[in-house]
Design a protein around this ligand. Structure first.
Ligand SMILES: [Zn+2]
Length: 109
């Protein structure tokens, strides 16, 4: 994951351990999906539990891995909505810095 937004320079990890909440969010979402899958398999197909467990476990694992970045983005968006960033959390975009540095070096010589 990039440390800053390439467009506006916002630092993504606003404090140490910032994305820990996104792990809980991701895990909770995967568990809810697993429970919904279990209810669906139970009600619609009347599948035995021995067949449900591997399917549900694989689904939870794949969902948790696949939604990892989305959970972080959702966590960041939720936090930015609750606590808007201050000017100290922004840095100049990388592209503008890279273009500006050679010009300043040339001007000194
Ligand atoms: Zn941005």
């Amino acid at each position: 994951m990039e440390p800053r937004c390439s467009g506006c320079g916002l630092r993504y990890e606003r404090e140490a351990g910032y994305f820990l909440g996104s792990i809980y969010l991701n895990y909770g979402g995967a568990i809810v999906a697993g429970l919904a899958l279990h209810l669906g398999m139970e009600v619609i197909w009347h599948a035995p539990l021995s067949r449900q467990v591997p399917v549900i476990a694989a689904t939870i694992l794949l969902l948790a891995l696949g939604a990892f970045r989305h959970a972080r983005a959702f966590w960041l968006a939720f936090d930015l909505a609750c606590d808007p960033p201050g000017p100290e959390e922004f840095a100049p975009p990388r592209i503008a810095t890279a273009i500006a540095e050679p010009a300043s070096d040339g001007a000194r010589r």
